[in-house]
Design a protein. Structure first.
Length: 201
């Protein structure tokens, strides 16, 4: 794909910062977003379904946790609130998204427990207790498969990954592909046309 997309490393779109409000786990969030990042004007409906339907980590979970494709950081901030003993790694290729997530983590009082980095800056050998992602389907099937083949193996042996994918964008075919790759996959929930997949070894 060509042009400026939310998965561009350095988006050229004007930032035009804006506030995004949503509620998760009984807390009201107001985060800063901007043009050139994923779902810049609102909490993405898929992300909303993921946060509502997946099993968020308990306060006892020590992590580390991974938000893969963090955007402006809504999943990161909710994970940091849900698991205050854990370190949350927020990963995105988009430089603007990383800056926003850093600012939003500070805004919700979680800056000391969030590490915001580019994909290549995650320490080699770091295994994650949980991986959370509303993956970038629009990078194409090959790109999506490459992304998941890179990161799912970073799950700890007893770890769990939570993915949300729209049914009309291939949620069910992705489920089958993951099974073919040897993963244990369960459709945990379906809502508003989205599949929430629970993935384990």
């Amino acid at each position: 794909m060509t042009g400026d997309h939310y998965f561009s490393a350095e988006p050229g779109t004007d930032a035009r910062p804006r506030e995004v409000e949503f509620t998760a786990v009984g807390r009201e969030y107001t985060l800063t977003s901007a043009g050139g990042v994923f779902s810049a004007a609102r909490l993405d409906p898929g992300t909303a379904v993921l946060l509502r339907k997946a099993d968020l980590p308990s306060p006892a979970v020590a992590g580390p946790l991974l938000d893969l494709g963090c955007g402006f950081g809504p999943i990161t901030c909710v994970l940091a609130d849900s698991a205050p003993a854990a370190t949350v790694w927020a990963v995105d290729v988009n430089e603007r998204a990383r800056a926003l997530t850093t600012a939003n983590a500070e805004r919700v009082g979680a800056a000391d427990r969030v590490r915001v980095v580019a994909p290549d800056d995650v320490p080699t050998g770091l295994a994650f207790a949980q991986i959370w992602s509303n993956p970038p389907i629009r990078i194409g099937k090959d790109g999506l498969h490459e992304l998941l083949l890179r990161w799912l193996p970073r799950l700890a042996p007893d770890g769990v990954a939570w993915l949300v994918v729209a049914r009309h964008l291939g949620g069910d075919s992705l489920h089958r592909w993951l099974v073919d790759q040897g993963w244990q996959v369960r459709r945990h929930a379906s809502q508003k046309g989205f599949r929430v997949l629970r993935v384990t070894r």
